[in-house]
Design a protein around this ligand. Structure first.
Ligand code: ATP
Length: 579
């Protein structure tokens, strides 16, 4: 509730008007029965038509005010809730953008999506109900209770006897439904996870003819969700007839007692009609209030899930006086770096790694799969922080930098090219919005992507479908390389980015890169010896440790692991070649 209130209070004016409109509504609901009672008792029963006109006109006036109140209530309520949920989603997104990769892993992408969409929607639904009825119903209950006591004290006890029973029912349902709601949301997370996996992996599913298997897996999570929903909705649905039953008993008792009192001359017919109207309002308001109350546990579960994101500590943060400008560009030092992924085992995947890379140099990393190459280079832009040791870029520890300043120095080309929905030009300008078309074409030329882009009828304005799915793997990779070039960084990091390219394109691309990387530092992670044999230094990794540093020639001579990798990929002639 704190979370919802924090967002609601931002809109004090709307809240104020919402509150005022509630009065309009109460006026119509309680004013009409009072006037109706007067018409019957002072007009119809006495056969005098003056009061009928008089009170009738008053009823029309009250109706108009009430109508304005109702329209205002609907308008302010919907404005408030949409604003609240919009702000909430913006804040969630802002927070997610600051998450390190550990936090992504902890929450899971699917759950982050569910929390931003469905949980926020649950909160919105609850807030809509609160703003429509949350203020109104308590006021209505109090005002109607006052009118009930004022109209007939001898009948009012029947209503007041029923209220504690109804209250107990509402509290009980709220208690039982809370864990059920939590389970329902967890099951929804599971559906999203399953769906994401199936949609992204559809080609593999088809290739392995596993549609039936996946169908059964989906059916299982979907059934779990519907079962938890059925349990929850049954509980809430049971409340309705239960409350109606109590209401009906109250009405029967009042009509019976009222009839007795009319018979003895202690009560007028119009008063009984007004009394019944008040009771209807008190009970109806109670019912609305109860529905808000019963929705609360569900909304609280969702709000709690959202709050967990908003309050999650950000592992990768900036210091107060963080570095923004440096004298050198691209001077990299790894000083006894160790790193363990957060988790139950926390055993290091990088151990005591030290090396240096200077501007103008190309340093390559090779090693068997899982030896820690990708992990190592992800520590430089601080996707994760080192566990021990330090990484220094241009004389400063990467943890001392302003994150933006640090990452602006780096042109990162991930293992799997990621492109965004939009035009090729928009994608290329991702790291440098001011780049000219000529600069984009120059970068495309270096990345060996100019020909295929030029062949497209719309050239740079070619629209890329979701994730660039209308391009080949190699085309996507070349665009990702061009995007990094457009940025003109001080440090290039190629994380196995050449593996999607054929040997010839790989070689041409690397030689085209040379002129623009003369004064900057280049790090290349590669599986292919051919990609890195001309590097100034090659770092050989094995189980997270450096087992050799040198040139292709020196490593071939001195390093057994490198020799084995090279021998498995190159011919004897190539092994004998001098670089
Ligand atoms: N997010 C993660 N959480 C926990 N462990 C991880 C994570 N990512 C990688 N690892 C583990 O860290 C080790 C190093 O993985 P990494 O991806 O750095 O290796 P790599 O040398 O780049 O492998 P490849 O050549 O196959 O890409 C592996 O044992 C892997 O299982």
């Amino acid at each position: 509730m704190k979370l919802m209130w924090r967002y609601t209070i931002r809109y004090k004016k709307l809240l104020f008007w919402n509150f005022i409109c509630v009065f309009g509504f109460i006026l119509i609901e309680l004013g009409l029965p009072t006037l109706l009672g007067q018409i019957i008792d002072k007009g119809i029963n006495q056969h005098i038509f003056g009061p009928v006109w008089q009170f009738g006109l008053l009823m029309v006036g009250i109706c108009l005010i009430g109508l304005i109140g109702l329209i205002g209530l609907a308008y302010t309520g919907s404005r408030l809730t949409t604003n609240i949920v919009r702000d909430m989603r913006n804040d969630i997104f802002k927070q997610i953008m600051q998450f390190s990769h550990s936090e992504y892993g902890e929450f899971g992408v699917s759950s982050l999506i569910t929390r931003t969409t469905n949980d926020a929607f649950q909160v919105m639904q609850f807030m809509t109900q609160v703003l429509r009825t949350g203020f109104m119903t308590p006021m209505m209950i109090v005002a109607s209770a006052f009118m009930i006591v004022r109209t007939s004290q001898s009948l009012s006890w029947i209503v007041f006897a029923a209220i504690p029973i109804l209250l107990a029912g509402v509290v009980l349902i709220g208690r039982i439904s809370e864990p059920m709601s939590a389970e329902q949301q967890r099951n929804l997370d599971a559906i999203n996870l399953n769906l994401r996996e199936n949609l992204t992996g559809i080609r593999v599913i088809r290739a392995f003819v596993r549609e039936q298997f996946q169908k059964l897996r989906f059916r299982k999570v979907n059934d779990d969700y519907s079962q938890s929903s059925v349990r929850l909705f049954t509980l809430v649905a049971l409340a309705q007839p239960g409350f109606s039953f109590i209401f009906n008993i109250v009405f029967v008792l009042i009509i019976w007692q009222g009839a007795v009192q009319i018979d003895t001359g202690n009560l007028a017919v119009g008063t009984l009609i007004a009394f019944i109207e008040y009771i209807f309002h008190v009970l109806f308001s109670f019912m609305l209030f109860a529905s808000v109350f019963m929705m609360y546990p569900r909304a609280a579960v969702s709000a709690n899930r959202i709050e967990k994101i908003l309050n999650a500590p950000i592992n990768i943060s900036e210091k107060e006086d963080s570095v923004t400008i440096t004298e050198t560009q691209g001077e990299l030092v790894f000083d006894n770096v160790s790193f363990a992924y957060p988790g139950p085992t926390e055993s290091p995947v990088i151990r005591d790694v030290s090396f240096q890379a200077h501007p103008g140099e190309t340093v390559a990393f090779i090693g068997s799969t899982g030896s820690g190459k990708s992990t190592l280079i992800q520590l430089i832009p601080r996707f994760f922080d080192v566990t021990r040791g330090a990484i220094k870029l241009d004389g400063y520890d990467v943890r001392d930098y302003q994150l933006k300043a640090l990452r602006q120095k780096i042109g990162f080309i991930p293992q799997k090219a990621v492109l965004f929905t939009g035009t090729i030009a928009e994608n290329l300008r991702y790291g440098n919005p001011n780049a000219t078309d000529a600069e984009l074409w120059a970068a495309l030329k270096i990345a060996q992507a100019d020909t295929f882009v030029a062949e497209k009828p719309d050239g740079l304005q070619t629209y890329l479908a979701e994730g660039g799915s209308n391009l080949s793997g190699g085309q996507k990779q070349r665009l990702a390389i061009a995007r990094a070039i457009v940025r003109r960084p001080a440090l290039y990091i190629f994380d196995d980015s050449f593996s999607a390219l054929d040997y010839k394109t790989d070689a041409t691309l690397r030689s085209a890169l040379k002129p623009i990387t003369k004064a900057v530092t280049v790090l290349i992670v590669a599986q292919r010896v051919g990609t890195i044999r001309s590097a100034d230094r090659i770092v050989v990794l094995n189980e997270g440790q450096v087992v050799g540093i040198g040139t292709h020639q020196t490593l071939l001579k001195d390093n057994e692991i490198y020799r084995a990798i090279a021998a498995s990929q190159l011919s004897q002639e190539e092994l004998d070649e001098k670089y």
